[in-house]
Design a protein around this ligand. Structure first.
Ligand SMILES: *Cc1c(COP(=O)(O)O)cnc(C)c1O
Length: 398
């Protein structure tokens, strides 16, 4: 089938809940992907940072093949030989006491919400059904009904109510506003240390540290959603590491299984995780041996291939090249590591047309909001590949 026919088929039979670029991909390898005509593109989105290890990493292909012939699913009714080692390895990798694997990122967030609510009611002593969670304007934590309940984007919510109560939202980056709404019923603060979907919004240095201190003082669980920013993306294992802050609880997903399988995980202290009792939370596929065998290898790849260091080095180079371009369309270039946002000015007329022009030149990226281009290539990217991408980006942005 031709690309045109495939697009027509998708438009006719598929839901229209996305507005993708009209490039139909059939193959991926490292930072490169290929369309149905064999044309080659540099992937500068990495499926929203789910492909930090690059497309079809050979070590993950091998684990997928081997594990698929051994055991794929046990459910949690029985034990499997991957779960214990996975929990130990992810806890040691990130510095947490306990881990609970789930599938999608949104499910990891839901798990965090359930854990801290129950902890609030049963451990902190908040009256039943009164636990509050503070969230941030511009947040993105997924698409389930509870998670969109505290979104501040009308587009994410329109028509999907009624919404889940129990969330208070304050402006992102404004510590005083946050402090004001804390009260004895506050169970947790949930935030992204850098807001990805909101346009690579980096809060001022010191913000996360102040929140961490406040949480300790008021006995509040600080939950970092590092589904997009974690696992090396920003040049540290976690984006919170840039401020030397260790949140009380952490959610990872996306690159956790290198783009092969949806695996997310909620990580916390023993005190928080122990509120879960047999029967009160679960998932048929959460912790399945195929997914977590992949996750174990995916985190080994991050350390053994020095992907975190590479994100720092290449990220700085990528951002410098973008800034040095002095494009008349660009307001600012911001980000950390290989999570980069190019904010266009008003006269530029929106980011979509630039993404479409870049697609023609073989660079795949996606606008976020109206006027921001996000660049987030796989962390295996090399300097020569950035140089090639810059020629294309320069041609489009100049
Ligand atoms: C992508 C993302 C999610 C949701 O993950 P899904 O796997 O799409 O459910 C949640 N939080 C953040 C910060 C994300 O970037």
């Amino acid at each position: 089938m031709t690309a045109k026919e495939l697009i027509e088929l998708e438009n006719r039979y598929g839901a229209h809940n996305y507005h993708p670029l009209d490039v139909v991909l059939t193959k991926g390898e490292g930072v490169w992907v290929y369309d149905t005509d064999g044309k080659k593109y540099l992937d500068c989105l990495s499926s929203y940072s789910a492909l930090n290890q690059g497309h079809c990493h050979p070590r993950l292909v091998k684990v997928m093949q081997e594990q698929a012939t051994k055991l794929t699913l046990t459910s949690r009714a029985f034990r499997n030989d991957q779960l214990g080692p996975f929990c130990k390895e992810i806890c040691e990798f990130t510095g947490y006491e306990k881990a609970l694997p789930m599938n999608s990122g949104a499910e990891g967030v839901e798990t965090a919400i359930k854990a801290v609510r129950k902890w609030g009611h049963k451990v902190k002593g908040i009256p039943e059904n009164k636990a509050e969670i503070i969230t941030m304007s511009g947040n993105f934590h997924g698409r389930t009904t509870t998670v969109i309940s505290f979104s501040t984007e009308n587009e994410y919510k329109d028509g999907f109510g009624p919404f889940t109560p129990g969330f208070i939202t304050v402006p992102y980056g404004d510590f005083e506003a946050l402090e004001k709404v804390v009260n004895p019923n506050t169970a947790a603060i949930l935030l992204e240390p850098i807001q990805g979907e909101s346009g690579i919004v980096v809060p001022q240095d010191g913000y996360l540290r102040k929140i961490s201190e406040l949480c300790k003082k008021e006995r509040i669980i600080f939950i970092a959603d590092e589904i997009q920013t974690g696992l090396g993306r920003t040049g540290k294992l976690l984006a919170c590491d840039h401020e030397g802050v260790r949140p009380d609880a952490l959610i990872l997903g996306k690159a956790l299984a290198g783009g092969f399988y949806p695996v997310s995980v909620f990580l916390a202290s023993k005190e928080v995780m122990d509120v879960f009792r047999p029967g009160d939370h679960g998932s048929t596929f959460g912790g399945n041996p195929l997914g977590i065998a992949l996750a174990r290898e995916a985190i080994r790849i991050i350390s053994e291939e020095n992907l975190i260091e590479n994100a720092t080095v290449q990220g700085e180079y990528f951002m410098k090249r973008l800034r040095d371009m002095n494009s008349p369309h660009v307001d600012i270039v911001r980000g950390k590591g290989l999570l980069i946002g190019v904010v266009l000015n008003e006269k530029a007329g929106g980011a979509r047309q630039f993404c479409e022009a870049l697609e023609k030149r073989g660079v795949l990226c996606k606008e976020t909001h109206y006027n921001i281009i996000r660049f987030a290539p796989p962390l295996v990217i090399k300097k020569e590949e950035i140089d090639w991408a810059m020629e294309q980006i320069e041609a489009v942005l100049k």
